[in-house]
Design a protein around this ligand. Structure first.
Ligand code: OFO
Length: 178
């Protein structure tokens, strides 16, 4: 049976994933408002992906015969200096999520809860992808700077990135069932 402490942490992470979804939805709104349609589309898709992360916790908690507790969600940031600031914030946020997932893994291991440890491995791998993804976008923005046509082209490219990401996730899933 899962310990109360670990269950509380799983619930907290479920709510953190909700927060991630809201953060990216808010960022998407900001981008749309500023005319960055590609980034807005990408971030809106990403918000939906974060809801999937939340649901995985929601389902797992129920699978182990415990009760998911939906709690209040902190208001996400809604003001950004520029597009670079949006993706810097996202990249920083993903690093925080990674460290929270690692703390959960550490706790599950110290409590010898191997089932939860195993469940969390999906998130360990996912966080590597999330950090890589946001870092690659930031690199692109840094390369072209914040002025002129370059940023317009990068924004368009960001808008098409989701399809590539979905493709790579599908490939990973196919590999894992081979
Ligand atoms: Fe962005 O990975 Fe969940 O929070």
């Amino acid at each position: 049976m899962i310990s109360e402490k670990l269950l509380k942490k799983l619930n907290e992470q479920m709510m953190n994933e909700f927060y991630s979804a809201n953060l990216y939805l808010q960022m998407s709104a900001w981008c749309n408002h500023e005319g960055f349609e590609g980034s807005a589309k990408f971030l809106r898709n990403h918000a939906a992906e974060e809801m999937g992360h939340m649901e995985k916790f929601f389902d797992y908690i129920q699978d182990i015969d415990a009760l998911p507790i939906i709690d209040a969600i902190e208001k996400p940031k809604s003001e950004f200096k520029d597009l670079k600031h949006v993706f810097e914030t996202a990249y920083k946020h993903e690093k925080v999520v990674t460290s929270r997932i690692h703390e959960l893994v550490e706790l599950s291991l110290s409590e010898k809860d191997f089932r939860t440890f195993n469940f969390l491995q999906w998130y360990v791998e996912e966080q590597l992808e999330e950090e890589k993804l946001f870092k690659s976008i930031l690199d692109k923005i840094n390369m072209v700077g914040l002025e002129g046509r370059g940023l317009f082209i990068v924004d368009r490219e960001i808008g098409s990135m989701k399809d590539k990401e979905i493709e790579s996730i599908k490939n990973r899933e196919i590999e894992s069932i081979k």
